[in-house]
Design a protein around this ligand. Structure first.
Ligand SMILES: N[C@H](CCC[C@H](N)C(=O)O)C(=O)O
Length: 155
Protein backbone atom coordinates (compact mmCIF):
# COMPACT_ATOMS: atom_id res chain seq x y z
CA UNK A 1 0.00 0.00 0.00
CA UNK A 2 3.05 2.25 0.04
CA UNK A 3 4.44 4.08 3.03
CA UNK A 4 2.44 5.60 5.86
CA UNK A 5 3.17 9.31 6.01
CA UNK A 6 3.04 10.87 9.45
CA UNK A 7 4.23 14.46 9.20
CA UNK A 8 1.42 16.98 9.71
CA UNK A 9 2.22 18.59 6.34
CA UNK A 10 1.69 15.26 4.62
CA UNK A 11 -1.71 14.43 6.15
CA UNK A 12 -2.30 17.33 5.44
CA UNK A 13 -3.31 19.28 8.54
CA UNK A 14 -4.04 22.99 8.47
CA UNK A 15 -1.44 23.79 11.11
CA UNK A 16 1.58 22.25 12.79
CA UNK A 17 0.59 19.42 15.13
CA UNK A 18 1.83 16.18 16.61
CA UNK A 19 0.04 13.64 14.42
CA UNK A 20 0.03 11.15 17.29
CA UNK A 21 -2.27 13.43 19.30
CA UNK A 22 -4.38 15.68 17.15
CA UNK A 23 -6.76 18.03 18.93
CA UNK A 24 -9.89 17.36 16.94
CA UNK A 25 -13.09 15.68 18.01
CA UNK A 26 -16.83 15.54 18.33
CA UNK A 27 -19.11 14.03 20.95
CA UNK A 28 -17.21 11.21 22.67
CA UNK A 29 -14.40 11.32 20.10
CA UNK A 30 -11.21 13.27 20.79
CA UNK A 31 -7.41 13.01 20.46
CA UNK A 32 -6.99 11.50 17.00
CA UNK A 33 -4.01 9.90 15.33
CA UNK A 34 -3.54 11.29 11.81
CA UNK A 35 -2.05 9.10 9.08
CA UNK A 36 -1.77 9.60 5.34
CA UNK A 37 -1.99 6.39 3.30
CA UNK A 38 -2.16 8.24 0.01
CA UNK A 39 -5.30 9.78 1.47
CA UNK A 40 -5.91 11.51 4.79
CA UNK A 41 -7.13 9.53 7.81
CA UNK A 42 -7.95 10.43 11.39
CA UNK A 43 -8.21 7.46 13.75
CA UNK A 44 -9.90 7.66 17.15
CA UNK A 45 -9.30 4.88 19.67
CA UNK A 46 -12.41 4.05 21.65
CA UNK A 47 -13.57 1.40 24.13
CA UNK A 48 -16.45 0.25 21.94
CA UNK A 49 -16.30 1.10 18.24
CA UNK A 50 -19.79 -0.23 17.60
CA UNK A 51 -21.28 2.13 20.16
CA UNK A 52 -19.99 5.28 18.42
CA UNK A 53 -22.67 7.11 16.39
CA UNK A 54 -20.30 7.50 13.46
CA UNK A 55 -23.07 8.37 11.00
CA UNK A 56 -23.85 11.39 13.17
CA UNK A 57 -20.27 12.44 13.97
CA UNK A 58 -18.53 11.55 10.72
CA UNK A 59 -19.93 14.28 8.46
CA UNK A 60 -18.65 17.11 10.66
CA UNK A 61 -15.29 15.54 11.43
CA UNK A 62 -14.68 14.76 7.75
CA UNK A 63 -14.76 18.45 6.92
CA UNK A 64 -13.20 19.87 10.10
CA UNK A 65 -11.11 22.93 9.17
CA UNK A 66 -8.05 21.12 10.51
CA UNK A 67 -8.29 18.87 7.43
CA UNK A 68 -7.90 21.11 4.36
CA UNK A 69 -8.38 18.10 2.06
CA UNK A 70 -11.00 16.61 4.40
CA UNK A 71 -10.40 13.22 6.01
CA UNK A 72 -11.54 9.66 6.38
CA UNK A 73 -12.67 9.12 9.97
CA UNK A 74 -11.97 5.82 11.70
CA UNK A 75 -13.03 4.58 15.12
CA UNK A 76 -10.80 1.77 16.31
CA UNK A 77 -11.05 -0.52 19.29
CA UNK A 78 -8.14 -2.58 20.57
CA UNK A 79 -9.24 -6.21 20.87
CA UNK A 80 -5.77 -7.70 21.48
CA UNK A 81 -2.10 -6.94 20.78
CA UNK A 82 -2.69 -8.13 17.24
CA UNK A 83 -6.35 -7.33 16.66
CA UNK A 84 -8.38 -4.17 16.08
CA UNK A 85 -12.07 -3.57 15.43
CA UNK A 86 -12.54 -0.70 12.97
CA UNK A 87 -15.38 1.29 11.47
CA UNK A 88 -14.70 4.03 8.91
CA UNK A 89 -16.64 7.07 7.78
CA UNK A 90 -15.15 7.54 4.32
CA UNK A 91 -14.47 10.96 2.89
CA UNK A 92 -17.03 11.64 0.21
CA UNK A 93 -18.83 8.33 0.73
CA UNK A 94 -19.96 7.80 4.33
CA UNK A 95 -19.97 4.55 6.30
CA UNK A 96 -18.67 1.64 4.25
CA UNK A 97 -18.37 -2.09 4.78
CA UNK A 98 -14.60 -1.95 4.62
CA UNK A 99 -11.80 0.50 3.93
CA UNK A 100 -8.37 -0.82 3.06
CA UNK A 101 -6.48 2.39 3.53
CA UNK A 102 -8.46 2.94 6.75
CA UNK A 103 -7.34 -0.45 8.03
CA UNK A 104 -3.73 0.45 7.23
CA UNK A 105 -4.09 3.81 8.96
CA UNK A 106 -5.63 2.21 12.06
CA UNK A 107 -2.87 -0.40 12.27
CA UNK A 108 -0.18 2.27 12.00
CA UNK A 109 -2.00 4.40 14.56
CA UNK A 110 -2.35 1.48 16.99
CA UNK A 111 1.34 0.65 16.74
CA UNK A 112 2.34 4.29 17.17
CA UNK A 113 0.20 4.54 20.29
CA UNK A 114 1.72 1.34 21.66
CA UNK A 115 -1.69 -0.33 21.70
CA UNK A 116 -0.77 -3.08 19.25
CA UNK A 117 2.22 -4.56 17.51
CA UNK A 118 3.08 -3.78 13.91
CA UNK A 119 1.19 -6.80 12.56
CA UNK A 120 -2.55 -6.88 13.24
CA UNK A 121 -5.82 -8.27 12.00
CA UNK A 122 -8.37 -5.52 11.45
CA UNK A 123 -12.00 -6.55 11.86
CA UNK A 124 -14.29 -4.51 9.59
CA UNK A 125 -18.01 -4.97 8.98
CA UNK A 126 -17.21 -6.56 5.62
CA UNK A 127 -14.52 -8.94 6.85
CA UNK A 128 -10.99 -9.11 8.17
CA UNK A 129 -7.73 -7.73 6.76
CA UNK A 130 -4.19 -8.53 7.78
CA UNK A 131 -2.01 -5.43 8.04
CA UNK A 132 1.75 -5.27 8.52
CA UNK A 133 3.55 -1.99 9.08
CA UNK A 134 7.03 -2.86 7.87
CA UNK A 135 10.16 -1.46 9.47
CA UNK A 136 10.84 0.43 6.22
CA UNK A 137 7.58 2.34 6.69
CA UNK A 138 5.63 0.58 3.97
CA UNK A 139 2.32 -1.11 4.79
CA UNK A 140 1.26 -4.52 3.51
CA UNK A 141 -2.38 -5.55 3.36
CA UNK A 142 -3.58 -9.14 3.04
CA UNK A 143 -7.13 -10.35 2.73
CA UNK A 144 -9.70 -12.29 0.74
CA UNK A 145 -11.11 -11.11 -2.57
CA UNK A 146 -14.64 -11.53 -3.86
CA UNK A 147 -16.59 -10.33 -6.89
CA UNK A 148 -19.22 -7.74 -5.91
CA UNK A 149 -20.92 -7.27 -9.25
CA UNK A 150 -20.30 -7.30 -12.97
CA UNK A 151 -21.78 -5.29 -15.82
CA UNK A 152 -21.32 -4.07 -19.36
CA UNK A 153 -20.82 -0.43 -20.34
CA UNK A 154 -23.05 0.58 -23.24
CA UNK A 155 -21.49 1.74 -26.50
N1 LIG B 1 -12.28 2.77 -0.19
C1 LIG B 1 -10.85 2.99 -0.30
C2 LIG B 1 -10.47 4.29 0.27
C3 LIG B 1 -11.22 5.40 -0.31
C4 LIG B 1 -10.96 6.56 0.55
C5 LIG B 1 -11.68 7.72 0.05
N2 LIG B 1 -12.88 7.85 0.81
C6 LIG B 1 -10.76 8.88 0.22
O1 LIG B 1 -11.14 9.81 0.85
O2 LIG B 1 -9.65 8.86 -0.27
C7 LIG B 1 -10.13 1.96 0.48
O3 LIG B 1 -10.71 0.94 0.77
O4 LIG B 1 -9.00 2.17 0.86
Amino acid sequence: MGPARLDWRDIPLARAADTLHVAVGAGPLGDAVAVNMGNPHAVFFVDDADAVPLEALGPGLEIDPLFPEHANIGVAQRLADDRLRLRVWERGAGLTQACGTGACAAAVAGARRGLTGRSVTVVLDGGELGILWREDGHVEMTGPTAASFSGVLPG
